[in-house]
Design a protein around this ligand. Structure first.
Ligand code: C5P
Length: 233
């Protein structure tokens, strides 16, 4: 069973994906981590961030890897663990160039589909999982929340990771990413057809996961093939 979760930064996707996957006993895939690790690799190699072919070469290369597990995701670059480094504001400030590269997106979507085929069942989250990577997913969710709430969550996460950031920096970064994620020419962030909307502004993470798990259970109990009609009805 493939379950997709899409939505803007700070909507609670990553935590929801991790907890939902743990509850269902399947791996989760954080596709934002793929864009982040390619961003870090490009920055380290000082590749021109507008050079589509140069960026694609990095995305295709075998010097980065992601290990999707039930409760964690580990990112490595040249064998070094960069799981924490890819969460920094420095990386977040540059992901939009990598996310706008059509060739990088093609490479990463192909890699996501390979992982999905290999694992059989997973929860995968990002900006284009239900719309582009897995349009025939069994269950699709679209998470969103008010920008102030999203910025507040991201701010507390960054502080907990020891970053010295201001709330104003986080708001600016989110607004920039919202803008470029929804306006870019390839795979812009949009609500996938047939997705179940979850507004997380006023919900705790437990409420979000309970709601999602109930939907997954409902779809799993439907006769095969009936899930799409049920979502669209
Ligand atoms: O979800 P996260 O904030 O880690 O994603 C980092 C960046 O990667 C996003 O701002 C977005 O530009 C990009 N991204 C994307 N498509 C995905 C996942 C992430 O364009 N499926």
């Amino acid at each position: 069973m493939i379950i997709t979760i899409d939505g803007p930064a700070g909507s609670g996707k990553s935590t929801a994906a991790r907890k939902l996957a743990a509850r269902l006993g399947v791996p989760y895939l954080d596709t934002g981590a793929m864009y982040r690790v390619v961003t870090l690799a490009a920055l380290r190699r000082r590749v021109d961030l507008h050079d589509d072919a140069g960026l694609a070469e990095i995305a295709r290369g075998d010097d980065w890897d992601l290990d999707p597990g039930p409760t964690h995701i580990r990112a490595t670059l040249h064998g070094d663990d960069v799981t924490e480094e890819i969460r920094s504001m420095y990386v977040a400030d540059h992901t939009r160039f990598i996310a706008a590269s059509p060739s990088v997106r093609a490479v990463l979507v192909a890699r996501q589909r390979e992982i999905g085929a290999r694992l059989g069942s997973m929860v995968t989250e990002g900006r284009d999982q239900g719309s582009v990577a897995f349009p025939n997913a069994d269950v699709k969710f679209y998470l969103d929340a008010a920008i102030d709430k999203r910025a507040e969550r991201r701010f507390h996460e960054l502080l907990a990771e020891g970053e010295e950031v201001s709330m104003a920096d986080v708001l600016r970064n989110l607004a920039e990413r919202d803008e470029s994620d929804s306006r870019r020419a390839v795979a812009p962030l949009r609500r996938p057809d047939g997705a179940i909307d979850v507004d997380t502004t006023q919900l705790s993470i437990h409420e979000v996961v309970d709601r999602m798990a109930a939907e997954v259970e409902r779809v799993a109990l439907l006769p095969s093939g009936a899930s799409t009609e049920a979502r669209e009805s």
